[in-house]
Each structure stands twice: as C-alpha cells, then as structure tokens.
Design a binder for this molecule. Structure first.
Ligand code: C2O
Ligand code: CU
Length: 451
C-alpha cells in the first residue's frame, strides 16, 4: 500500500515538480549605496507568550518575483527555545509549494518535503506546527520546485533567540542572494562555469551595496544567510568576530580572516560601534575550486556615527568543547559525482528520485563520510538533524563544530558524526539548487520506517 502510494506520488512529483517553469523575475533597476533595508518581522498573531503564530501567503508580485506576504526576503520569524510555532501557509502561487525549516529539527511530517507526502496545492492552505528546540539563525524556503521558487524570492530568516547570549543593543539581518539565477543558468546552461556567476551582483536584503550606520558605543549581533541558489560568498572584513554558525553559538570565539558562506550557510558576527566603521566585502569565489584571486567586491558599508565611547567586545561565554575524537570507522559513505557538461549530479551513482533509501536506527550514532569526486564544491545538507564535523580533509576542527550545511571541497572528504534522534525520512542533498534539481539528493531513513 505504502509502496503504491509512493510510486504514485513520485510519478506525480516527476510530472509536476518542474512542470511549470515560472517566468523570470524582471530585474529591478538597482542603485548602489542606499540605506540597508531590514526584512519586516513576521507578526505574532497569538497572544499566548509561548506560541508564535504566523500567517504566510505565498504569491507572485507585480515585478515577477514570488514572495511571502509580498516581501523579499520574507518576514523574519522570531521565537524562543521551547516555543510552539504555528505557521499557516496559503498558496496563491501558480504552482504547488511547501515550506522547509532549514536547520531546524522539526518532526518529519512538518519538514516540508514532497517525499511520501503531497505538496500544498495551488489555492490550498497548510498549517505547519512544531516546537523550537535550539537557538540559532535558521531559514525557511520551499522544497518543491525549489530551484525556481527560491530563486524567485521565497525565503526568509527564522531566528531562535539564544537565552544565554549577552545583550546586544540591536540585531542586523543580512540575507544575501543573487536573484534570477535559475533563469540565467537555464538560458546559459552554465552551472557556474568559473567566472560567469561573479558577474551577477549580490543583493543584501534586496539592495545593492547598501550602507548601515551604527551608533558609536553600540554592540550589534549580525545574522548572515546565503540564500543564493548556487553562489558562494567569501566574506572579508577587518577584525571579524564570529560568534555563531549554522547551529547557533560556536564552541569558541573565532577571529577569521575570511568566512566562506556556501549556499544555505549562516554565520553570526558581532559588530561594534567603534572606530571609523568598516566594509564587508566578498572575495569572488567559484564552486570550481575556490578563490578566484580577484579584488574584493564591497557588499555592505558600515559607518559609525556619534560621539562618545567606542563599543568594546562583549564577554561572550563559549562552551569550549573540544571536537569529538574521530572513531575511525565509517557507517555511511556519500560519494558526490557529476559534471556541468552532462548536467547530471549524483550521490553514490544515483539520481533522485531513483535512489536507495539508506536506513539507520533511531538513537544510533552514525559516522558519515562525504567524498567529492566531482568538478565542483558542494554544500552537503541534511534535514531533521544537526551533525558534528569530525574532520575536513583529515583535519579536525579546532573546537567542536556543529552544522547542518557543510561545504565539501573537491577531493577533500568531510567526516560527520550524526546522532540519529529524529525519526523519519530525511533528505540529504547538495544545497546548490541546480545540482539538487538534477539529482544530487538522497534520503536517510531514521528509525523503523514508521512515520
Ligand atoms: Cu535548505 Cu533541503 O534545504
Ligand atoms: Cu552540488
């Protein structure tokens, strides 16, 4: 019975998932240098302090983009650990859709993937509901016709406050995207051929190279997301203080010279209203092998205004946990292969949805090795769980590192430790959306198959 339902559904997904290629969003005229816009926050419609209830309507906008509640990026959802979150989605798009809660350990039925479950039909509504368990900077986006729908503007931040974080005078959200990638990529059939992508400007919260003014003395927590379909960011700024990553606060403060942010990745920085300000720039980076050795391109200009005392760094507390020692066995291997020319991308030689579901027991600790034998880098993302990065290219991280999206460089294996605590069928895929769309996606089953 289940098999039959699955087969029917997969046929339906294959038939309908990419059937209606939406029109490309018209490119808006962009003037660099305006003030940084802020994505409007989602309104909490529930008076209960422990419940966050949000209404999201997905619909096309006049400019050709697709948006939640008419805004790109979508409304920022905010909750606290322990809150119940209820999101009422209304689909007024010309295609079916879903919402996936990227990085959050939600129950499988709320994960927003069409695997074994139908997407939300045109004109229909669906209510997502789950409890928030971890602090961090997460995001949400469709997981059906993902390549087009994310590209057209359907994404937003989901912030879960860290109760132990020191007080910040304010928070900034920087959502980076290169719009209309899908249309361009399809026209050119050039899935990031080296320089091509670098000619496309990066927008932040929909603006080109904006300016933000900090008040002298204030401390700002900056939450950064790369919502691009396939573009990599390599962020540089003087004196970067990185306090968080994909899964909230780091185990130790990082003072990186640069931060590579693959599609789907997040980072949390602390900015101080001090000195003369700074420029956050991107060093052009190609998925075909890293830095292009070009001049950095300014993304955001940070000015500091006002008299008085410069802000000083906050005394953040970190867990100081060392990485888990690599147990030197491997339970699961994922081999990433494919090529631009062929336009096919595979995990273990299989293309979604023609895949073998690998299964692990609920409660098991599983060592996963992701090997990249292809010609581009791939951000490997697993649903329903975070994982610890044991090593990258054989080198363990300096401190315990927990992620949900990890970039896998060419021929540089990444070893992961997964505590399989969330039962269900979970997508594991590359977050370069054209790659996922063309097959680089599989399913890891946790538990006994009961859903
Ligand atoms: Cu951000 Cu499977 O997705
Ligand atoms: Cu990929």
């Amino acid at each position: 019975m289940r098999r039959l339902a699955l087969v029917t559904l997969l046929g339906w997904v294959a038939a309908c998932g990419r059937a209606e290629a939406p029109p490309a969003a018209t490119t808006r005229a962009l003037t660099p240098g305006g003030a940084l816009p802020t994505p409007a926050p989602a309104e909490d419609l529930d008076p209960d302090p422990d419940t966050v209830r949000v209404a999201l309507r997905a619909a096309p906008r006049d400019d050709g983009s697709w948006a939640y509640n008419g805004q790109v990026p979508g409304p920022t959802i905010r909750a606290r650990v322990g809150d119940t979150v209820v999101v009422e989605l209304r689909n007024d798009l010309p295609n079916a859709t879903t919402i996936h809660w990227h990085g959050m350990a939600v129950p499988a039925a709320m994960d927003g993937v069409p695997w074994m479950r139908e997407p939300v039909a045109v004109g229909a509504t669906f209510t997502y509901s789950f409890q928030v368990t971890e602090p961090g900077t997460f995001w949400y986006h469709p997981h059906f016709d993902t390549l087009h729908q994310v590209d057209l503007g359907l994404y937003g931040l989901f912030v879960v406050d860290d109760p132990g974080a020191p007080h910040a005078d304010r928070e900034l959200e920087l959502v980076f995207d290169q719009p209309t990638e899908a249309a361009r990529d399809e026209a050119a059939l050039a899935y990031d051929h080296g320089l091509v992508r670098e000619e496309v400007p990066w927008l932040v919260n929909g603006a080109l190279a904006p300016t933000v003014t900090l008040t002298r003395g204030e401390r700002v927590l900056v939450r950064i997301l790369n919502a691009s379909n396939g573009g990599y960011l390599d962020l540089v700024a003087p004196g970067m203080r990185q306090v968080g990553g994909d899964q909230g606060r780091l185990a130790a403060l990082a003072l990186p010279e640069h931060v590579v942010l693959a599609p789907g990745d997040r980072v949390e920085l602390e900015w101080l209203g001090a000195g003369d300000g700074l420029t956050l720039s991107n060093r052009p980076y190609s998925a075909h092998g890293g830095s292009l050795e070009l001049d950095p391109v300014p993304l955001v200009t940070v000015e500091v205004a006002g008299e008085g005392q410069d802000a000083t760094p906050v005394a953040w507390t970190f867990s100081a946990q060392a990485p888990t020692p690599d147990p030197d066995y491997t339970d699961l291997v994922y081999v990433l292969t494919g090529a631009d020319e062929a336009g096919t991308w595979m995990i273990n030689g299989e293309r979604f949805p023609d895949i073998t579901v690998r299964e692990v027991a609920l409660g098991a600790s599983v060592v996963i090795e992701v090997r990249n034998l292809s010609v581009t880098e791939h951000p490997f993302h697993l649903h329903g769980h975070a994982f610890e990065v044991l090593s990258v290219g054989g080198v363990p991280p300096l401190a315990r590192r927990v992620e949900d999206t990890v970039n896998v460089r060419i021929r540089e294996p990444v070893r992961l430790l997964l505590h399989a605590t969330n039962p269900g069928d979970w997508m594991a895929h590359c977050h370069i959306l054209p790659h996922a769309d063309r097959g680089m996606m599989t399913v890891l089953r946790v538990g006994d198959g009961a859903r």
